[in-house]
Design a protein around this ligand. Structure first.
Ligand code: RIB
Ligand code: CA
Length: 325
C-alpha cells in the first residue's frame, strides 16, 4: 500500500514559494487558494508561461487572480511564450479563448513586473539560502527548464518542486497517454525530471479522483464573499466541459491539488518511483513513463501521487476561499 509522503513537517508546512503557472481556470483557483494562506505559503512571486492560452493572457489572468485575492503586491513575471522545441499547443477548447471561463476578464490594475520570469528565477534562486525555495508548477515546465539551462547552479536554492503533471494509471487527457502540461513541452519536463531536485508529481491519476459536485460548488458560492462566487462561477463554466470530455461525474480542479498538497500533504498518498518522459515523435510523445512497480530497477526520482481525500480537499479549499475578499 503506498505510504503518505512526508517531505514536510507534520501538516504545518511553511514554504517560501514561487508559483509557475499558465492560468487557466484551475490555475486561478489554485492561486486564490494559495494566496489565502499567507501564514503557511510565503509567496515570493508568480511566474507565467504560455500553456492553456498564449502568454499575454496567462500573464493577465495571473494578475487578475492577485487582484481577486486582495494580494496585488505579489509580483507577476511573464516567462516563456513558447515551448523549448515543439510547436506550441493551447487548451482554449477547455479554458476558453481568454483562458478563463465563467467570469469577465479585464486588464488588472497592477502591471506585470519588469523583466523575464527566467531571469527572475535565476537571480532569486542564486540569492536564496540553500534548499530554501519551493517551486510549484501548474503548467508546462518551460521556465524552469530554461533557467536550469542558463544557470544549472540554481538547483542549490531549491527545496523541492511540486508539479501538476503527468498521467499513468489514468491515461492521458490530451492524447491517450499524455497529460497536457507534459505534452505541451516534453523536453522541458525531461530536463526538470533530470534536475536532481526533490520532485512531487500530482498527475491525472489523483486529480481525476478529486472532482466537483453541485453540493461542493454550492458550498463555495454560499460563502457569500466575492471570491467564493468567482470560484463557483469558474467551476460552473469549466467543470461541465471536462465532465463531458472525459465522461466523469464531476470536474477535476487539477492545479488546486498542488496547493492542497503544500498545505496538507497528509491528504494524499503516493510513493517514490522512477519517472521518465518520452519526447520522441510518435504515439508516446509527452507520455510520463511511471515505473510504479520498479521493473526498470532505476533510481527513484519523484514522488508520484496516486490518491487523495476528495472531501478533505474541498473542505480545505472552501475554508481558504472563505478568507478572501
Ligand atoms: O492537464 C491539466 C493541466 O493542464 C492543468 O494544469 C491545466 O491548467 C492545464 O494547464
Ligand atoms: Ca495549469
Amino acid at each position: 500500500m503506498p505510504t503518505t509522503p512526508s517531505p514536510h513537517s507534520p501538516d504545518t508546512p511553511l514554504h517560501t514559494l514561487i508559483i509557475d503557472t499558465d492560468p487557466g481556470a484551475d490555475d486561478v483557483i489554485a492561486l486564490l487558494f494559495a494566496m489565502a494562506a499567507p501564514e503557511a505559503l510565503r509567496i515570493q512571486a508568480l511566474t507565467t508561461v504560455a500553456g492553456n492560452v498564449p502568454l499575454a493572457k496567462t500573464s493577465r489572468n495571473a494578475r487578475l487572480a492577485c487582484e481577486w485575492a486582495g494580494r496585488p503586491e505579489i509580483a507577476v513575471y511573464a516567462g516563456a511564450e513558447r515551448p523549448l522545441q515543439r510547436t506550441p499547443i493551447y487548451a482554449a477548447n477547455i479554458h476558453g479563448k481568454e483562458g478563463l471561463t465563467g467570469v469577465d476578464v479585464y486588464e488588472p490594475a497592477a502591471p506585470l513586473a519588469e523583466g523575464h520570469a527566467v531571469d527572475y528565477l535565476v537571480r532569486t534562486l542564486r540569492a536564496a539560502p540553500e534548499k530554501s525555495v519551493t517551486l510549484a508548477m501548474l503548467g508546462p515546465q518551460t521556465n524552469l527548464a530554461l533557467a536550469l539551462e542558463q544557470a544549472p547552479d540554481i538547483v542549490r536554492g531549491l527545496r523541492e518542486l511540486v508539479l501538476m503533471a503527468g498521467a499513468h494509471f489514468n491515461g492521458g487527457n490530451i492524447t491517450p497517454v499524455a497529460e497536457f502540461n507534459v505534452f505541451a513541452d516534453p523536453h522541458a519536463a525531461e530536463a526538470v525530471l533530470k534536475s536532481g531536485v526533490p520532485i512531487t508529481l500530482l498527475p491525472l491519476d489523483v486529480t481525476h479522483k478529486i472532482l466537483t459536485s453541485e453540493e461542493r460548488i454550492a458550498r463555495l458560492r454560499g460563502l457569500g464573499n466575492k471570491a467564493g462566487a468567482t470560484v463557483a462561477d469558474i467551476l460552473d463554466a469549466y467543470a461541465p466541459q471536462e465532465m463531458k470530455h472525459y465522461d466523469m461525474p464531476g470536474g477535476p480542479v487539477h492545479d488546486a491539488t498542488v496547493t492542497a498538497y503544500l498545505l496538507r500533504p497528509s491528504l494524499f498518498t503516493g510513493k517514490r518511483i522512477h519517472v521518465e518522459v518520452d519526447s520522441r515523435e510518435g504515439m508516446g510523445f509527452g507520455q510520463t513513463v511511471a515505473d510504479w512497480y520498479g521493473s526498470l530497477h532505476r533510481t527513484p526520482n519523484a514522488t508520484w501521487i496516486v490518491d487523495g481525500d476528495a472531501q478533505g480537499f474541498f473542505d480545505l479549499l472552501t475554508e481558504h476561499i472563505a478568507r478572501l475578499p
